[in-house]
Design a protein around this ligand. Structure first.
Ligand SMILES: [Zn+2]
Length: 168
């Protein structure tokens, strides 16, 4: 089934730097899953954010420099904007439909304003890892970008994640 994905068909395994590890960017499902769960798209490492919800410059495990090109984060801002507008729209539609025909205008305005303020802040970390994953779908990892021995193509299972967390 894996060979059905065009992303994988475009990949031609190349020899690794020293270890003989092939240079294979993770599959699209793995990339998107990691992006949505705030993990490094390349290796699956978590805990990439400080208290200020700012992403680290480089992945502590595989060494990926997240800002791959200048202006990289514009995509994350765009993605966050689109998701935030979508959430405001959902909030308003649910609010209007559930209270029809007596709309509590003040409450709806306050609630949707809260969503408009909080959503972009809280979603920003996910937008950053998700955008990095999307970027990696469009521009494969270059051989020099990561330590290929730590780049895994499949998401780690729960017990594997715990082992990796302990070994970090
Ligand atoms: Zn990584």
């Amino acid at each position: 089934m894996i060979s059905n994905y065009p992303v994988d068909q475009a990949l031609t395994p190349r020899p690794g730097p020293e270890s003989g590890t092939p240079h294979q960017t993770p599959r699209w499902r793995t990339l998107i899953f990691r992006g949505l769960t705030r993990a490094c798209p390349a290796c699956g490492r978590r805990k990439l954010f400080g208290k200020s919800l700012t992403i680290v410059e480089d992945c502590p495990r595989c060494g990926l420099h997240f800002e791959r090109i200048e202006g990289h984060w514009i995509g994350a801002i765009g993605m966050n904007t689109i998701f935030s507008f979508f959430m405001i729209m959902v909030t308003l539609i649910v609010g209007l439909v559930s209270t029809f025909p007596d709309f509590p205008v003040t409450e709806l305005v306050i609630f949707s304003t809260g969503v408009a303020i909080l959503h972009p802040i809280l979603f920003q970390p996910t937008a950053q890892t998700l955008w990095s994953a999307v970027d990696m779908l469009m521009r494969k990892l270059e051989p020099h970008e990561v330590d290929w021995r730590l780049v895994t193509r499949k998401p780690m299972k729960r017990n594997q994640t715990k082992k990796h967390a302990l070994s970090d």
